[in-house]
Write a protein that binds this ligand. Structure first.
Ligand SMILES: Cc1ncc(COP(=O)(O)O)c(C=O)c1O
Length: 936
């Protein structure tokens, strides 16, 4: 069967990962085996035995891609079924699935044997001795070989013979024979770290399981693998690199290996060998490839440093722990954190510790490794969170007066970035999700319109940076490739900062990767080099003509001029939010051919914001987080997505929970105009892998499944109340809330038990509500309905950004809305230039009607929703006041109820106007614009 043939679709939420689909089969087998065992005790069981036999035969299709349990143990299982041994079958199936679930087979020799057999694999035993080596990480190697399956056992044995006692890692090979099986293997088995491809392989898989077929089709489509290539081995190598860039790929050929090694299409290959001329070399190369990913230069050195006897005469008493362990009063601190934390502390940059601010040694190496892992040109480690990373990038790239297009709903660090750099923010609005008191993401049309307005105003040259949050807190993922491509079509040197604070993990999912800053940049880089793209661009230009109107440009999917574009992409991510870094660990990723032009100011920005005492443990954890993702990120991220889909399904289909709670599906988070592919949700009947993949390729926005907006207003709880209850009564913590929802998220640390606990808690809460309603009688029910209505229906409108006050705009008549926020911000530094008005005072209503305008003196950021409803210099209108008055949250940064709203006084506004007029006087264009706006 070819990959293009239609097969029975599997629901996406059912098996996002191969691991889950496989484990589901093991669970199914175990259930059937137990049923058989019970029936056979009553002297029956033939139909049950047949079911078990079928389940084993189905499972074998999957097991071809895994080293454990392997053919020998599976044959043993089949023999037991054939021998009508229900108890023996159940016992063996149980022990195999236990070993798989706990991963004990990676270290436990006995898992590889059954009760009658000698161990088939000498996991940690040194060959020829009874000695056991110390723990060595275990992985698997995928071998794609045209050799007949009958030869595989011998080839495996030969590879095993190469193991040596001092190997740092241990691996098991798994053989498959075709291009399609190679792809399937890489998809299904996250333990594969290396792939050995022999020249001369065939194309089609001989695995006919429909689910496998669907996995294959979806992944081939997601990565655009070249399945038509003549040289299948090389095409497979290229394809696997697209699916899992971290894999080390080796190519074995009996043709001119030198020629292949020099072929550009072999760039995905780590090393080319002339057949198995040098099996030991291959073995050592495989281990070397793993070592390269495993090595954590900074962390390794820190461990070494901590073991040395070092006298410290610098200002960090806790270093080496002496101030703690010898203390009469604070020894418990030492006990709690352990000695290593203090041995690994220093305020020096000597002893090979390197300097984060001016790295030349292992920090530099660690950053280089991270750059390779994330697909960037450069990576900078930051130890003060992405709040700092954002300000660093913005200070480095922006000068006073530059225009920064930015989502008004972005993290506050960007607003402060504008204040610090003096750049004028031009706020672009995300679409509102009013019912849930949150925002979505910024439509591309809005961004294009802002750029075209700037062009019309003759200010496009000042538009330097576009800042967007990808994905948003609530999970809206941009079509990053398309946003950059179309913006570059309007301004070929626009720089992009993608705030991927929440999305660093996405690099490790073949589905999400294309929607990350670095993934999209890699796609665009290739696209811009393609001669077909150049031709398509020229044809589009011809069609658009010399002076296309704004409407045409907004309606057209614009192509960028590949000869002119400068693809300058920056990404910041809170490594601590989605990977195993300590809190505040963050990275800046750079993919910018013109980085050298900003390198000096980039360093200045680092010097401005980075602490001169960066935390060594955070740096080390960034290094280790990179190692983990390069070695098990694929598996972990897949699992996090699968668990999220499980929660979605369980909550929304549970008969009791779904009466009161609901996880919002994609179609409620993303309006249909942004889902052109027709994708509705992961759980929608009929949503198969093909549709989900198409949506990820084409739609303007996609929803990150791991970010689950759980509506709790329908259970009578506002977000904060529900969050507090979960924490206080059930020990469940979460972060974000809205008026009527809370945000749950799964990440690489979650397990099925966490999910089970969550579901159990939701059942309990639902039962409590049921009981309360039953006992409360009609009055109680009416009260509940009123509360639900107030939370779910009587929701305040979300106020849009109004405008900057005229004095803070160079040209108040301009159709583009950027403003000099920095001047407004500092105008408020003089107490006499500010006034306060109580939110409820009639004076506010009077001023709204009759003026003078109310102008905010500062940022006002309520949590939730967490975006600034006022920024310095912003004109406050009735909608903003109405929103503030309806707000029922306690935490509002920048607002003290006792004092009231902080406004810029008329003196401050007059003085700003005078300064603006003076500046305008020097610039005739500004002068006439200001005069026109003032009606002179
Ligand atoms: C979109 C976004 N960017 C940046 C940050 C700041 O990240 P950090 O907590 O690492 O400073 C956050 C924090 O929540 C965020 O949501």
């Amino acid at each position: 069967m070819s990959v293009t043939q239609r097969v029975q679709p599997t629901r996406v939420d059912q098996f996002f990962t191969g691991t889950e689909a496989r484990m589901d089969r093991w669970r199914g087998l175990l259930r059937l085996a137990r049923e058989w065992q019970a029936a056979s005790k009553q002297g029956k069981g033939e139909p049950e035995r047949t079911k078990v036999a079928n389940a084993v035969s189905d499972l074998k299709q999957w097991e071809d891609f895994f080293a454990y349990p392997g053919q020998q143990l599976l044959s043993r299982l089949e023999e037991k079924v054939a021998a009508n041994d229900a108890t023996g079958t159940t016992r063996l199936a149980q022990s195999l699935s236990n070993a798989l679930l706990t991963h004990s087979y990676r270290t436990n020799l006995h898992d590889w044997s059954d009760e009658e057999q000698d161990p088939v694999r000498f996991a940690d035993k040194i060959p020829g001795t009874d000695e056991t080596a110390s723990h060595r990480p275990y992985f698997e190697v995928l071998v794609v070989s045209p050799a007949p399956p009958s030869a595989w056992a011998e080839l495996k044995a030969e590879l095993r013979k190469l193991r040596r006692a001092d190997d740092r890692f241990i691996y098991e090979p798994v053989f498959v024979s075709s291009f399609e099986d190679g792809v399937l293997g890489a998809i299904l088995n996250g333990s594969f770290q290396s792939v050995v491809i022999y020249d001369g392989i065939d194309f089609p898989s001989n695995h006919h399981s429909p689910v496998l077929r669907e996995f294959l089709t979806a992944h081939l489509a997601a990565t655009g693998l070249d399945t038509a290539s003549e040289r299948l081995g090389l095409a497979l190598a290229e394809g696997l690199k697209k699916l899992r860039p971290e894999l080390d790929i080796y190519f074995l050929t009996d043709q001119e290996s030198e020629r292949i090694a020099g072929d550009p299409s072999a760039s995905a290959i780590r090393r080319v060998f002339y057949q198995v001329e040098e099996p030991l070399e291959l073995h050592l190369s495989i281990l070397d490839g793993i070592a390269e990913r495993y090595e954590t230069p900074y962390f390794d050195n820190l461990q070494k440093y901590s073991r040395r006897p070092i006298g410290t005469f610098h200002a960090l008493p806790v270093a080496r722990g002496k101030s703690i362990f010898k203390s009469n009063w604070i020894q418990d601190m030492g006990k709690f954190y352990g000695l290593n934390l203090f041995l690994a502390e220093s305020s020096a940059t000597t002893g090979g510790l390197d300097s984060l601010l001016e790295p030349t040694g292992n920090v530099k190496l660690a950053q280089q490794k991270a750059a390779r892992a994330f697909g960037a040109d450069h990576v900078f480690f930051v130890t003060n969170g992405t709040s700092t990373s954002n300000k660093m990038v913005e200070q480095a790239l922006l000068a006073p007066g530059d225009i920064m297009l930015v989502d008004r709903n972005c993290h506050k660090s960007h607003h402060y970035g504008a204040v610090l750099s003096g750049a004028f923010p031009l706020y672009v609005e995300a679409y509102p999700l009013t019912q849930y008191s949150m925002y979505g993401a910024v439509p591309l049309r809005t961004i294009k319109k802002a750029l075209l307005d700037l062009k019309q105003e003759g200010k496009l040259d000042r538009a330097r940076l576009l800042v967007l949050t990808n994905c948003t807190f609530d999970g809206h993922i941009y079509n990053v490739e398309r946003v950059m491509e179309e913006c570059l079509a309007i301004k070929p040197d626009l720089i992009f900062l993608w705030d991927e604070a929440w999305f660093g993990f996405a690099r490790w999912s073949p589905f999400y990767r294309r929607r990350t800053a670095m993934g999209a940049a890699a796609i665009l880089e290739q696209k811009f080099q393609d001669p077909n793209y150049k031709q398509a661009y020229q044809e589009q230009q011809k069609k658009l003509g010399p002076n296309p109107g704004e409407r045409t440009l907004l309606d057209t999917k614009l192509l960028a001029n590949p000869e002119k574009v400068r693809l300058r992409v920056y990404q910041t991510n809170s490594t601590h939010k989605s990977m195993s870094s300590l809190r505040q660990g963050s990275m800046i990723l750079v993919k910018d051919p013109d980085y050298h032009t900003v390198e000096e100011q980039f360093h200045e920005a680092v010097f401005t914001h980075a602490s001169t005492s960066p935390n060594l443990q955070i740096i080390a954890s960034l290094d280790v987080a990179r190692r983990q993702m390069e070695l098990e990120g694929y598996e972990l991220v897949n699992r996090a997505i699968q668990l999220a889909l499980d929660v979605r399904r369980e909550v929304n289909s549970h008969p009791l929970i779904s009466k009161y709670f609901r996880v919002l599906p994609a179609d409620e988070m993303i309006p249909s105009e942004y889902r052109n592919s027709g994708f509705v949700d992961y759980l929608t009947p009929g949503t198969d892998w093909g549709k989900a993949t198409k949506a990820f390729r084409e739609d303007e926005f996609a929803l990150d499944a791991t970010r689950l907006t759980l509506v709790c207003g329908s259970a009578g709880f506002d977000g904060t109340q529900f969050k507090n209850m979960l924490a206080a009564d059930y020990d469940i913590q979460l972060n974000k809330t809205s008026r009527n929802s809370v945000l749950l998220q799964t990440n690489i640390n979650n397990t099925r038990s966490d999910i089970a606990q969550l579901i159990k808690v939701l059942v309990e809460i639902s039962q409590r509500i049921e009981k309360r309603l039953e006992e409360g009688g009609k009055a109680g029910q009416q009260e509940f309905a009123a509360r639900v209505k107030s939370l779910m229906t009587d929701v305040p409108n979300l106020p849009n950004f109004t405008s900057f006050f005229g004095a803070f705009r160079e040209d108040p008549a301009s159709i583009s809305s950027e403003g000099d926020m920095r001047s407004a911000f500092f105008a408020a530094y003089r107490e006499e230039q500010c006034e306060h008005l109580k939110l409820s005072s009639p004076e506010i209503d009077k001023r709204l009607k009759e003026g003078p305008e109310l102008v905010s003196a500062n940022f006002v950021i309520p949590y939730p929703p967490g975006f600034p409803i006022m920024v310095p210099g912003q004109v406050i209108n009735a909608a903003t006041i109405e929103f503030m008055r309806k707000l029922d949250v306690k935490e509002i940064h920048g607002y003290t109820a006792a004092l009231g709203l902080k406004l810029l006084s008329s003196t401050a506004l007059q003085s700003a106007k005078t300064q603006g007029d003076a500046a305008a006087a020097k610039n005739p264009k500004r002068k006439s614009a200001r005069a026109a706006a003032a009606g002179d």
